[in-house]
Design a protein around this ligand. Sequence first.
Ligand SMILES: [Zn+2]
Length: 287
Amino acid sequence: MRIFDPHIHMTSRTTTDYEQMHAAGVRALVEPAFWLGQPRTNVGSFLDYFDSLVGWERFRAAQFGIAHHCTIALNPKEANDPRCTEVLDWLPRYLAKDGVVAVGEVGFDSMTDAEEKAFARQLELAVEFELPAMVHTPHRDKEAGTRRTLELVEASGLAPGMVVVDHLNEVTVEQVADSGCWMGFSIYPDTKMDEHRMVAILQERGLERVLVNSAADWGRSDPLKTAKTGAAMLEAGFTDDDVDRVLWRNPVEFFGQSGRLLLESVDSDGDAGATFEGNSILRGPRA
Ligand SMILES: [Zn+2]
């Protein structure tokens, strides 16, 4: 099983996670920019974090045979803090970089005016940089938040096929399916979506435009949830090819629209070689 986790926050994970992910078949991932738990108090704090996503974390992942990509954005939560919003002016510098495969996570947290303004501005940037957008849906008021999200996406002029609306469940999937946007599902240990509910959705709706991720971060979460979803699919009668489509080819198709995937060193059998070592960006602190 080869796996591309399209949403996982490796900054908050250990080397043991990297080892176990590789053993389970993970060969590529996307790490979306998000909040850091502790609120940021200035723009420099974002820039250091973005630098680490495009440099250090990619180097760390490569040591474990995993191709690391990221998305860059002002996240919805911190869009409410006037000390942070200036970072919007710095985004273009990062959105031009290799391995940055989308604008994200953008979207709503508490559905405030400030969040809406930052969201709309960042959808404009996605259009300008011809990048996909990764959209976070709020954990509360999910249905209303998803509806407003889709209105803003439509108004932005960004093609629905360039947008993934993430953290969906049985209630919100319908509106997103109808919109033509990609449907993202985060599989968690004990809240929200689990792998068996995910399999039921795949049985009902099919495999098209579906991305499955672990969204693992500092909270209770499991970086192997993608592999566990693949196992649950096989148990339910899906084929190896179905699993490969959902866990590998779909994310490659979606993020491939950026023209910036770094999969040259990942063999077709999912084995990532050591070719990252020659990459100049990865001349890291260990050199
Ligand atoms: Zn996330």
